[in-house]
Design a protein around this ligand. Structure first.
Ligand code: PAF
Length: 274
């Protein structure tokens, strides 16, 4: 696997890959099992896999969050290589933002809901950097986790809006043994917070109303940004340890049909009596 941190170097390599199928796995590093599942799938489906590691400053709404974001480049390099990635692209901020972020991609509706309502400008930063990574790598496929469902939907929307020729591949959320969704932020949880955190996916998938889920989360000490239902999902975001600097923010979502199985309409198979 070749680690590359200069864009002129990457562009030279990319020219040599013409005609081969390429999968992109965009990440901010601190790779975990969720990322591993994206890399493995890309390696299976493409001749060449590029894993990008770039802690994108424009998607952080708080300086403290950016400063505390974990960085484990050596371990990331080892894992990506073990999983069969061909390139680890780790560009510098000044090369990704030669304009100082004067130009950006903005979505005017869905990006202001859910996480966007609590993190102003977050999705502008995400969409802008994803567009740049797609333009730089020109993949046939790009891999995103369903855990970040709003991000996934917005990236799909951007690809359609800008007529980009890339398939966005959605990969199921990978969970730890107790049900907590794998996330780079989990490593910031204290043992007591980690114990409490497992209640989040459990309550999110319980067949209570969203209001009742919020009430029960708050009763256990979570600060709840939202629990909401849309696009056939129930989605939530909570913070733990909000009183100290750098509270850990967790997001998750589950299919509504798994929350309310009895309410899911049964679609008759063609030819069968309903
Ligand atoms: O999901 C992430 O890790 C980031 O939002 C992404 C897609 C790599 C853009 O910085």
């Amino acid at each position: 696997m070749l680690p590359i941190d200069r864009l002129d170097h990457w562009r030279r390599e990319r020219r040599g890959l013409a005609g081969r199928s390429l999968g992109l796995v965009p990440t901010m590093g601190t790779l975990h099992d969720g990322h591993a599942s994206l890399i493995e799938r890309s390696v299976r489906e493409n001749e060449v896999t590029v894993v990008s590691v770039f802690v994108n400053p424009t998607q952080f709404d708080q300086d403290a969050d950016l400063a505390h974001y974990p960085r484990t480049l050596d371990a990331d390099r080892r894992l990506a290589e073990k999983l069969g990635a061909d390139y680890l692209l780790c560009p510098q901020g000044r090369e990704i933002y030669p304009d100082g972020y004067a130009y950006k991609v903005s979505e005017s509706s869905f990006s202001h809901k859910l996480c966007g309502a609590h993190r102003p400008g977050h999705f502008d930063g995400v969409l802008t950097v994803v567009l740049k990574l797609l333009l730089l790598t020109r993949p046939q496929r790009a891999y995103f986790g369903e855990k970040d469902f709003q991000q996934l939907e917005l990236v799909r929307g951007m690809v359609e809006a800008f007529l980009l020729e890339v398939e966005i591949v959605a990969c199921p959320t990978v969970r730890e043994a107790d049900g907590l969704a794998a996330s780079s932020r989990n490593r910031h949880l204290t043992p007591a917070e980690r114990e409490l955190a497992r209640e989040f996916p459990r309550l999110l998938s319980s067949p209570e109303t969203p209001e009742e889920v919020v009430r029960q989360l708050e009763a256990r000490g979570f600060v709840v940004d939202y629990v909401d239902e849309l696009r056939a999902r129930r989605l939530g975001a909570v913070r733990l340890g909000a009183v100290r600097l750098g509270a850990v923010r967790l997001i998750d979502n589950v299919a509504l049909e798994s929350v309310y199985p009895e309410k899911t309409p049964i679609t008759p198979t063609p030819g069968e009596n309903p």
